[in-house]
Write a protein that binds this ligand. Structure first.
Ligand SMILES: [Zn+2]
Length: 344
């Protein structure tokens, strides 16, 4: 089996091919794996292929894939042929996101591909439990040693305190997060702080899909088209779940002027607190990421104890270098690279 960084990640066996989070659907592949439905893990073109791809992913990911791409994939929890078998493990990144465990039946090696991953238990998300493997393909979003985060619980407690205070003073509060993943987590953990809740259009849509999938969330109202003109509720403060955009966003900026809205950002980038607050025009920010921080990435490596590591996405170079220093056999997987066996 060879691993290529082509069409995102490509595992080539003697007679068959497995694509991991492919950028383009390819009918010559036996099977694809979709870790979750963030755009940077989905095909780039929304054009429906002229075949129905056989996919390994969770039911939730298949549903969210349809929501985002507009066509269906044939969902399987596991799949096998004569050369490999693949199954999913909980990934802890977004609702029912998964990690792939692949067994090369010829060499009996097992390969773990993390997709995007988080090992911390957070709200309804059970953290990924690292698994012993021979080859680890590891995401490196926070693969830089400066990105070590406080615990999720602590950040949520501090956020609750800030939000409660502002609401008590009579100010409405906007919680900024990505529409898929972060916003549902914020709704789940912080939605009970206020009876009156609004969501941006895209977050509201994702709320409905997640409710269909069985996730219990607090009900929100769709933010009116022209909230500054149409007016929101009377004098009571409210919570707004809004996309991860800065205060230069016209709607957010108008709401801030009209209602004295307090803006709270949630992101791993908030590690550089003042810089992040300035960039986003946020009144407060909390370091909450859907990805494992640097320390957790090292923990995944130690517990998986692989003989080869390929780092992908984000700070792949930095993480591979640090892992090499710690005695691990690690290389960054770069776009356009041919067979990686050359490295070992
Ligand atoms: Zn993601």
């Amino acid at each position: 089996m060879n691993i290529f960084c082509k069409n995102r990640i490509n595992l080539k066996f003697r007679n068959s091919e497995l694509l991991l989070d492919p950028k383009a659907m390819d009918s010559s592949a036996s099977c694809i794996f979709v870790s979750h439905a963030h755009m940077d893990h989905l095909p780039r073109s929304k054009k429906k292929p002229n075949f129905t791809p056989t996919a390994v992913c969770s039911e939730a990911t298949a549903r969210l894939f349809f929501e985002r791409m507009g066509y269906k994939i044939q969902q399987n929890n596991a799949w096998k042929n004569d050369e490999f078998k693949i199954k999913t493990l909980p990934g802890g990144h977004t609702f029912d996101s998964t990690v792939a465990e692949i067994i090369d039946l010829e060499s009996s090696q097992n390969i773990v591909y993390t997709g995007d991953v988080n090992i911390e238990d957070r709200g309804y998300l059970k953290g990924f439990e690292p698994k012993k493997c021979d080859i680890l393909i590891l995401e490196a979003t926070w693969g830089d040693r400066d990105y070590r985060f406080p615990s999720f619980e602590k950040q949520i407690e501090q956020a609750k305190e800030f939000i409660r205070n502002e609401l008590e003073k009579g100010y409405p509060v906007a919680l900024l997060g990505y529409p898929l993943g972060k916003s549902q987590l914020l709704n789940y953990c912080l939605g009970n702080l206020c009876e009156t809740r609004y969501s941006s259009n895209s977050i509201w849509k994702m709320e409905q899909v997640h409710k269909e999938l069985g996730l219990e969330l607090f009900e929100t109202n769709k933010l009116p088209q022209n909230p500054d003109e149409e007016g929101l509720v009377g004098n009571d403060p409210w919570l707004l779940f809004y996309n991860h955009v800065g205060i230069r966003d016209p709607t957010l900026s108008k709401l801030k002027t009209k209602y004295n809205l307090k803006v709270v950002g949630f992101s791993g980038w908030a590690k550089n607190l003042e810089n992040y607050k300035y960039r986003m025009g946020a009144d407060a920010a909390f370091t909450i990421s859907d990805h494992s921080d640097y320390s957790s990435l090292l923990e995944i490596v130690k517990e998986s104890n692989p003989s080869k590591i390929f780092t992908v996405f984000g700070n792949a170079q930095d993480l591979a270098r640090d892992l090499q220093k710690n005695g691990f056999n690690a290389v960054p997987l770069k776009e356009g690279q041919s067979t990686l066996d050359n490295f070992f």
